[in-house]
Design a protein around this ligand. Structure first.
Ligand code: RNT
Ligand code: ZN
Length: 413
């Protein structure tokens, strides 16, 4: 135990916080790490460019081009990220044998056997995502809400195939699998019919969820959105649609904090959802003026999201996943920095004397509450974080290691 940590422990104790309890709580928290930071959401199943209103920007060298490269990069990132992790992959990361191909409506568990082996070797569970974008069957920016039955049926089939794959991951890993449905569907300009596409989306989701799956170990989540690039005027899977659908069907709502109007905050939405859902799911990202998916920082909103999870005693009710993609900086560093910041925010939240603060609020003492909140900001958090990293056996300074990897591996690609 470092001297700095001993001092920090005492300072926090004076504030009514047990740092050991916080460090112990960190051990059970799982963060699901998105694989798509490593290759700019490219995937391996189709040469189609990224579409669906999402965009990676930048062309930093060293992007992973093959499953082996992506797995090696993930390993590098995992080695520098403390805590329990889950692997989060998309359907477009299917791995085919030489000469083999299966379209999105025909993918099967065997196309993910390598990912399963990868996760199992590392003692990790897997989360999954159908890929309703970057594919020629996305017609007029529509998938599950398309008025063209051939298109809609194709994507319904994709949704079903993915649910089966999620079931397989849950069975094979022995860990629950979160499968997240997000569709890009929308219109660039003002539509004449807003209810039609939503009715078709609803029907499509009903059809997908009609197949049998293990409801105790497969958690279906539905992610809403406010707009996409080129789809500015109307989004089929809006917040109201997704929340209502999830509530009615008993599935799990997923909030991505880049998917709301810029002055709305997910930290304020968590408590409402917790009152109506057993579980909720999050995509933690950093929207800079729009849904830009910058690397997560240790910023106010990330901390506030973490505080809401911790204060509401909901660590076992919230599926926490990262979702960002920056192609403008070293991608391993992007992974490590962002996921570490999610964990950092959680530790920060665990170091809050929340019972005391709640009491101040309830007794109407907002003056003392403000003073206490401000005092906490300069408490010796860094020393507790360093202690956490040391106990996890993870280096504090990861930049030099990432620079060597860039020199020895990434720059040769
Ligand atoms: C898009 C959604 C979605 C994707 C990933 C790749 O706006 O956030 O979650 O980012 O599935
Ligand atoms: Zn997302």
């Amino acid at each position: 135990m470092s001297e700095l940590y001993s001092l920090a422990k005492k300072t926090y104790a004076d504030l009514g916080v047990d740092t050991e309890k916080a460090l112990a709580a960190m051990r059970d928290i799982v963060v699901s790490v998105h694989c798509w930071q490593g290759d700019d959401v490219g995937g391996f199943d189709s040469p189609a460019a990224l579409s669906g209103g999402i965009q990676t920007t930048g062309n930093y060298p060293g992007k992973a081009r093959t499953p082996d490269e992506l797995m090696a990069d993930l390993d590098k990132a995992f080695s520098l990220i403390p805590g329990k992790k889950k692997l989060n992959i998309h359907a477009c990361y299917a791995i085919f044998e030489e000469g083999e191909y299966a379209d999105r409506d025909a993918i099967a568990p065997k196309h993910f056997a390598k990912w399963l082996a990868f996760a199992k070797e590392r003692g990790m569970g897997i989360d999954f995502n159908p890929t309703f974008f970057a594919h020629p069957m996305v017609k007029d920016n529509l998938t599950l809400s398309s008025p063209d039955e051939t298109v809609r049926k194709f994507w319904v089939e994709h949704g079903k195939r993915c649910l089966e794959i999620a079931d397989y991951f849950a069975k094979q890993t022995g860990e629950p699998c979160v499968i997240n449905y997000w569709i890009p569907d929308g219109y660039k300009d003002i539509p004449a019919d807003r209810i039609g596409p939503r009715a078709r989306f609803k029907q499509s989701m009903d059809e997908i969820l009609s197949i049998p799956y293990d409801k105790n170990n497969v958690y279906v989540t539905l992610e809403s959105k406010v707009f996409g690039i080129g789809l500015e005027s109307y989004t089929v899977g809006s917040a109201e649609f997704c929340l209502s659908y999830a509530a009615q069907k008993g599935i799990t709502p997923l909030m991505d904090n880049g998917h709301y109007h810029p002055t709305e905050v997910v930290s304020d939405k968590i408590s409402s959802l917790l009152l109506f859902h057993d579980k909720i799911a999050l995509h933690v990202t950093r929207p800079v003026r729009w849904d830009s998916d910058h690397v997560v920082l240790f910023d106010d909103e990330t901390r506030e999201i973490a505080k809401e999870i911790v204060r509401n005693d909901a660590l076992d009710r919230v599926f926490i996943a990262t979702d960002y993609f920056d192609a403008g900086i070293n991608r391993i560093s992007a992974w490590v920095t962002g996921v570490r910041n999610v964990r950092k925010a959680l530790l920060y939240a665990l170091l809050e004397p929340s019972a005391k603060m709640k009491e101040l609020q309830e007794s109407g003492n907002m003056t003392a509450l403000m003073v206490m909140s401000e005092d906490l900001k300069t408490a010796p958090f860094g020393a507790v974080w360093e202690e956490y990293l040391e106990r996890e056996g993870v280096k504090s300074n990861y930049l030099s290691e990432i620079c060597s990897y860039e020199k020895e591996v990434l720059s040769l690609r």
